[in-house]
Design a protein around this ligand. Structure first.
Ligand code: GLC
Length: 751
């Protein structure tokens, strides 16, 4: 039986220091003389990117072929953690076959702005959905004896100046929005590794942010794996090690190791701290080695089929006026748009997979259109050449002469890329012009979108059909055709809001910040939390998606109508498929805190269930809620807290389409130490029993009168307790009170 501690003890200081940096670009350091092998860590997250020849950060060398599964932005729209787990397991199988020990993913960063170039690699604007999907991804990968690397920890929500930008975010926002998804994934699936981000959080680089990497990640959440740097994210190696960064990647060609040796020798870095990092690294190295399956192989066809199934579950039907979809018995179909033959199915950057095969939408439409006459027009050029007006004219005439037209549109590769953010969220102008012209000439037009993040859709009201395919992997061509022609009933729902325009987005004035910092001034009001609370109507809301059938919600029931915050609450609701085809419905549960003393969004996602229902079938969605379903993060308490009061359980088909609701009284078991002072206001103490007798005696008749045209209540409630001594000597008071009596009252209230 191997003993990690003994192996660590057998290493020299130099060997220990060498282990804390990569041995190459992608591999950990091997120490053959001590029986320590190396393992490869490489990208993800929606497939395996293993460079075949020399390693580099720009992907100059091709990667081995692998299955390109749908990107996170797409899979998140399936709202199906089990499917995500299956994808993770399939990726794990491919890692086994390629002798990779850790795959760098999933990305769990929140979509703060649709402008972020890497949004395609992230799941959602909502931390609950993010956490569920990230946890499932990790569980799937690790079920195959391969490590995952939950990234980028943390608050990495833009690409602009990503290596240096300082993300300034208040504690409550940090906890409730930007860490919550990571917290769920760490606690639920125990990733072998967590990758720290490049940026700073509140003035400290993630790579040496002890509060993030040790106090929160390890001490609070119980993470016991390896913290690995993003590539080239480390700074002074000793500072990073002290903060909790175990492994710097890639190799720092001896610089990191030398710094560690120097600092240990001069006593400023404890050998114990080094030993802890060494033992963590050895643990995952040997875990990977022990779990490696010799001569592992995988079924490429099965993985391609899984990629197709996942894309089918993820594509979102946004519009279907007059049931233009599914297309059936159309004699002629005009296909327009270069993406129909050169589909976008993934983004640019470190996640780019060398796809084992790619299904082409145009070819798949021909197969699915069963004998219809299918024409094709390029519609717009991908290389910026060609006569745009001429291409639009050709497309309009082809669309007019067909029974139905399908336009393939979306973002150019450069807009969905690591390393840079977009400056606007429009589709290319030539595509918007094409779409406008075609839908005007041919009302029976469906637009299929291939984009990694939310876009403005100025023509949406005029388009009969819209299908959001996102970047749905190598098999998305077939999945799109299956949905267009009815072989698959779409069930995806948006995991991010599509705003009408960029200006509507909550961080519009604070993205991407200035040369050194970006302020998260919108706080917790990200995505639907902002739009719904501020009453700003989006183009398409979070959680929205149509089906070829309809669903009726009924009979919401709660296991209790009053609970303690330490109790769990079971909520169930019936859903009936009232249409004529089988379908899947994603039932969402939001919680509204109706009596909060702190500012909270009008609703927060706290549960979802995906039901598969035959025509006429009634199913039941059941949710189990716990304290965190009701709690907010209390900065003063440094913990999550539920305030006693009324909450509303909202059951929705989307964040906007709330079908049922039910109240529940939640009583807190957290006693918050009261700390009233003579400078507390009457508003602060208005509900305190110990204050009631005095207040009543002082102002029983002064309610509601206006003073100089002001609202008496408002004026009185803003008064400080200490002022009552002087005020009680004026006519509005019926008795006097001394400062000593007031101090005694404050003491009584704080008991
Ligand atoms: C990149 C990315 C990270 C990736 C790593 C290795 O810069 O930020 O997601 O896993 O480097 O390619």
């Amino acid at each position: 039986m191997r003993n990690i501690h003994d192996i660590a003890n057998s290493l020299t200081l130099a060997e220990k220091a060498s282990l804390c940096s990569g041995g190459t670009f992608w591999d950990t350091t091997a120490i053959p003389s001590k029986g320590v092998p190396s393992i490869m860590m490489t990208d993800g997250p929606h497939g395996l990117r293993k460079q075949a020849g020399g390693a580099d950060h720009l992907g100059l060398n091709d990667a081995v072929q692998a299955t390109c599964f749908p990107t996170a932005a797409a899979i998140a729209c399936s709202w199906d953690p089990e499917l995500m787990r299956r994808i993770g397991a399939a990726i794990g199988e491919e890692c086994q076959a390629e002798n990779v020990g850790v795959i760098l993913g999933p990305g769990a960063n929140i979509k703060r702005s649709p402008l972020c170039g890497r949004n395609f690699e992230y799941f959602s604007e909502d931390p609950y959905l993010t956490g569920q999907m990230a946890a499932a991804h990790i569980a799937g990968v690790q079920s195959q004896g391969i490590g995952a690397s939950l990234k980028h920890f943390a608050v990495n929500n833009q690409e602009t100046r990503r290596m240096t930008i300082n993300a300034e975010v208040d504690e409550r926002t940090l906890r409730e929005i930007y860490l919550a998804g990571f917290e769920t994934a760490v606690k639920a699936s125990k990733p072998w590794t967590v990758m720290c981000a490049y940026n700073q959080v509140n003035g400290e680089f993630c790579a040496q942010n002890k509060r993030l990497l040790t106090s929160i990640l390890r001490d609070e959440w119980g993470f016991d794996g390896v913290v690995v740097s993003d590539w080239f994210a480390t700074r002074e190696r000793d500072d990073c090690l002290k903060a909790g960064l175990d492994l710097e990647m890639p190799t720092s060609v001896g610089v990191g190791a030398a710094k560690i040796i120097e600092q240990v020798n001069n006593g400023s870095l404890s050998i114990n701290m080094l030993d802890k990092a060494v033992e963590r690294i050895l643990t995952i190295v040997f875990k990977a080695v022990d779990a490696h399956k010799q001569n592992a192989a995988y079924d490429k066809d099965a993985h391609h089929a899984l990629a197709c199934e996942t894309a089918s579950e993820s594509i979102v039907l946004l519009k279907n006026d007059n049931n233009i979809l599914p297309i059936n018995n159309s004699a002629s179909v005009a296909v327009v748009g270069a993406f129909a033959k050169s589909p976008r199915y993934q983004g640019a950057g470190s996640s780019r997979i060398n796809a084992s095969r790619v299904s082409i939408p145009y070819d798949e439409i021909i197969n699915a259109a069963s004998g219809a006459n299918v024409t094709y027009c390029e519609g717009y050029s991908l290389d910026g050449k060609g006569d745009a007006a001429q291409m639009i004219s050709e497309a309009v005439s082809a669309a007019k002469s067909a029974h139905v037209c399908i336009i393939f549109a979306g973002l150019p590769d450069s807009d969905d890329s690591e390393g840079k953010d977009r400056e606007h969220v429009r589709l290319p102008d030539d595509q918007n012009a094409l779409i406008d012209a075609v839908i005007t000439a041919q009302p029976r037009t469906i637009v299929v979108l291939m984009n990694g993040s939310a876009v403005e859709l100025p023509w949406a009201d005029k388009s009969a059909g819209i299908l959001e395919a996102y970047l749905a992997g190598q098999a998305s061509g077939k999945a799109i055709a299956d949905i267009l022609f009815g072989a698959v009933n779409p069930s995806g729902k948006l995991a991010e809001t599509f705003p009408v325009k960029l200006n509507d987005t909550p961080c519009y004035l604070n993205f991407p910040g200035d040369a050194s910092r970006v302020e998260y001034r919108e706080g917790i009001f990200v995505g639907y939390r902002y739009y719904d609370t501020a009453g700003i109507k989006p183009r398409f809301p979070f959680g929205f998606g149509l089906s070829y059938t309809m669903f009726e919600y009924s009979d919401i029931t709660l296991s209790a109508n009053e609970i303690l915050d330490t109790d769990s609450l079971t909520v169930s609701v019936k859903v009936k498929n009232i249409g004529s085809v089988a379908g899947k419905e994603i039932v969402q549960l939001y919680v509204n805190d109706a009596e909060s003393s702190v500012l909270r969004p009008c609703k927060e996602l706290k549960g979802f269930v995906k039901l598969t229902l035959q025509p006429g079938e009634t199913g039941k969605a059941t949710f189990i809620l716990n304290k965190r379903s009701f709690a907010f993060y209390d900065k003063a308490l440094k913990d999550w807290r539920v305030e006693t009061g009324l909450f509303n359980i909202l059951i929705g088909a989307s964040s906007e389409d709330i079908r049922l609701s039910a109240p529940v009284q939640v009583n807190t078991t957290t006693s918050v130490k009261k700390c009233f002072t003579l400078d507390s206001t009457l508003y602060d103490i208005r509900n305190e029993p110990a204050a009631a007798p005095l207040l009543q005696s002082l102002f029983s008749s002064a309610q509601g009168e206006t003073m100089l045209g002001m609202d008496a209540d408002a004026v009185m409630l803003s008064i400080k307790v200490r002022s009552l001594a002087a005020l009680s000597m004026t006519p509005i008071s019926e008795r006097s009170v001394t400062i000593e009596q007031l101090a005694a009252m404050v003491e009584e209230m704080n008991k």
